[in-house]
Ligand binder design. Structure first.
Ligand SMILES: [Zn+2]
Length: 297
C-alpha cells in the first residue's frame, strides 16, 4: 500500500508575484498538479497562461484575472493540454478568447478524454477537482507562431513541435525577457516524461533535447517553469544538460545490449547522485524507457 497522501491541487492567488510591469505569476507553491500561472497585460488586453486543474481552480484564476484586467479584453492560452494546465478552460468561455497552437488543440481533442479518465483514477482529491470538467474547443488556433498584440506589448506564442507532449507551446514576453515554458522545464524536479506505452508514447526525449538547445540559446532573463520556482536562464541549461546526459547514459548502455530494466536502475542511481535535491525520481525511468525506444538499433 502507498501511504502517500496527495495534497489538494488548489490554486491560491494570494502569493502572486509581479515579475515585471503588468506581468504577474501565481506560483505553484510546490504543490503537485498546480502549475505556475501567468497574467500578462498590455494597454487594451490581458493574456492568461494556464487555468489550473478543474473548473473551481479556473474560477479562482478567472476572478483574479478579471480584477487584474480591470475591463481590458482577456485572452487565455495554455502551454499544453495536460489537466493542470488546460482542464479549466471551459470557465473562460464568453469571458476570454481561448487561443492555442494547432497541435495542442489536436492533443486536447484526441487525448483530453483519456487523460480526464486517467487523472480521475489517480486519487480522490484529483477526481474531485475534475468534477464537471468539459473539454472545450479553442476559439482561435494557429499553426506554428502567433504574435498577440496586447496594446504596447506583443507576446510571442510559439509551437515547439513534439517534446514533452505533441503540442507544446512557449510564451515569451520580449519587452521584459520573460519566458513561460510549461512542462518543457521544471525547477527542482526531474523532467516529466509522460511515457505510458501503449497508451501514450508522444513524449520524445530527442526532440525535447533539440527544443531545449534552441531555447537555451535564446537566454531569456526570467524563466517561468511549468512547476517549481521561477528562475533565470540556468533553468533552461539545466534541463538541456539533464536530457543530454540521460540520452547519452541510456544509449551507451543500450549499445552494449543491456536490458532496459538494468539501464533504468543504473541511470536512475546516477541521476539521483547528480541531482540529489530534485524531486520526481520516478520520471527518470520513464525517460529511460522513452529514450530506449528512440535508440537507433
Ligand atoms: Zn505536462
Amino acid at each position: 500500500m502507498n501511504d502517500y497522501v496527495m495534497p489538494d491541487p488548489v490554486v491560491q492567488v494570494t502569493g502572486a508575484q509581479e515579475l515585471a510591469r503588468d506581468l504577474v505569476v501565481v506560483p505553484d507553491r510546490r504543490v503537485p498538479l498546480v502549475p505556475n500561472i501567468g497574467l500578462i497585460g498590455g494597454t487594451h488586453s490581458v493574456l492568461v497562461v494556464e487555468t489550473g486543474i478543474g473548473p473551481e481552480n479556473a474560477e479562482t484564476v478567472l476572478e483574479f484575472a478579471a480584477e487584474f484586467a480591470g475591463g481590458r479584453k482577456m485572452y487565455l492560452t495554455t502551454t499544453h493540454f495536460h489537466p493542470e494546465h488546460a482542464f479549466g478552460a471551459q470557465v473562460f468561455a464568453g469571458e476570454a478568447t481561448f487561443l492555442i497552437n494547432r497541435a495542442q488543440a489536436e492533443d486536447l481533442r484526441a487525448k483530453g478524454p483519456g487523460y480526464l479518465g486517467m487523472f480521475r483514477g489517480l486519487d480522490e482529491v484529483i477526481a474531485r477537482r475534475l468534477e464537471g470538467v468539459r473539454l472545450v474547443t479553442p476559439d482561435l488556433v494557429y499553426d506554428d507562431e502567433y504574435d498577440l498584440d496586447l496594446g504596447g506589448r506583443v507576446v510571442r506564442l510559439r509551437a515547439t513541435g513534439r517534446a514533452h507532449s505533441k503540442g507544446d507551446q512557449i510564451v515569451t514576453v520580449p519587452d521584459s525577457g520573460v519566458m513561460f515554458t510549461g512542462d518543457l522545464v521544471e525547477a527542482g524536479q526531474f523532467a516529466i516524461f509522460p511515457w505510458f506505452p501503449p497508451h501514450d508514447t508522444d513524449v520524445s526525449g530527442t526532440r525535447w533535447l533539440a527544443v531545449m538547445e534552441r531555447l537555451a540559446a535564446q537566454s531569456p532573463q526570467v524563466v517561468v517553469p511549468g512547476h517549481g520556482d521561477v528562475g533565470g536562464p540556468q533553468l533552461l541549461a539545466d534541463v538541456r544538460d539533464y536530457l543530454r546526459l540521460l540520452r547519452d547514459e541510456t544509449w551507451t548502455r543500450r549499445d552494449s545490449a543491456m536490458s532496459e530494466e538494468t539501464i533504468a536502475e543504473e541511470v536512475k542511481a546516477l541521476m539521483i547522485a547528480r541531482h540529489p535535491e530534485w524531486e520526481g525520481r520516478d520520471w527518470i525511468e520513464k525517460g529511460v524507457g522513452c529514450l530506449c525506444s528512440e535508440h537507433a538499433s
